[in-house]
Design a protein around this ligand. Structure first.
Ligand code: 13P
Length: 250
């Protein structure tokens, strides 16, 4: 059975009170389904609230949105991986397009974060995806391949722990979704990249992100290449999020 991941990236929304209110509403109707996990990436200040309220739900995992690669020290404003772990995080987003394009995060920095997360046994969820001009220039796969290059140094056992989120930048927060077949093509390319490095196709976990909502979720996750979704806007509404995580496959 295909195992799906439904991941909520709350971005810079929902502090501890907002997170508690969201989870109280969401968990009331939540039923565990055997073919899926639900992941939350709250703000760092809401991590504790989310971890404590979701304890006792083995299908729910919690991560952070960003980390620094040094374990501790004089790095004002940064979040160390051991601290995130201590706070209950099991994963971290890495290389989200907002980190790359608003905060200027480079591939080298993204690579440092992936390496440090693997060293500390947190799951890196590496986000990749092209901008609209790159897509129009036919460079989608070249961009994705360059972004995957930060994984080059890792062996198959380490690579199998990494989750990839393919998020075309032009689809994030714009209401434009890649069609399942557009996404499927890029996912197949990523799966091939992993297979070339010894990761069995069924062990690679490749999510789609970009304007996912109740109206388009079923077609996306029913595609054999799509192992789940990373959702921004629609993950902030408990009703929409319940519909998304409860989607029946075609
Ligand atoms: P939206 O779902 O709001 O388009 O955001 C996608 C995203 O960036 C998830 O990481």
């Amino acid at each position: 059975m295909k195992q799906l991941i439904f991941a909520a990236n709350w971005k810079m929304h929902l502090g501890p009170d907002g997170a508690r209110a969201f989870l109280t509403a969401f968990l009331e109707g939540h039923r565990r389904l055997p073919d899926r996990e639900v992941w939350f990436f709250p703000s760092a200040v809401a991590l504790e609230a989310v971890v404590s309220l979701t304890r006792g739900h083995p299908d729910i995992r919690v991560g952070v949105q960003n980390v620094y690669w040094e374990p501790k020290g004089a790095f004002t404003g940064e979040l160390g991986i051991p601290m995130a772990r201590e706070g209950g995080a099991e994963a971290s987003l890495v290389g989200h397009s907002e980190r790359r394009h608003i905060f200027g995060e480079t591939d080298a920095e993204t690579g440092n974060k992936v390496r440090a997360l693997l060293e500390h046994e947190l799951i890196p969820m590496l986000c990749v995806g092209e901008k609209i001009d790159e897509r129009e220039a036919g460079e989608t796969l070249a961009v994705v391949e360059r972004q995957l290059g930060v994984l080059q140094q890792h062996d198959a056992a380490a690579l199998a722990k990494v989750v990839i989120a393919y998020e075309p930048v032009w689809a994030i927060g714009t209401g434009k979704t890649a069609t399942p077949s557009d996404a499927s093509q890029v996912h197949a390319f990523i799966r091939g990249w992993f297979a070339d490095r010894g990761v069995a196709p069924q062990d690679a976990r490749i999510l789609y992100g970009g304007s996912v909502k109740p109206a388009n979720i079923q077609a996306l996750v029913s595609d054999a290449e799509i192992d789940g979704v990373l959702v921004g806007g629609a993950s902030l509404d408990p009703g929409a999020w319940s519909e998304i995580v409860g989607t029946k496959l075609d």
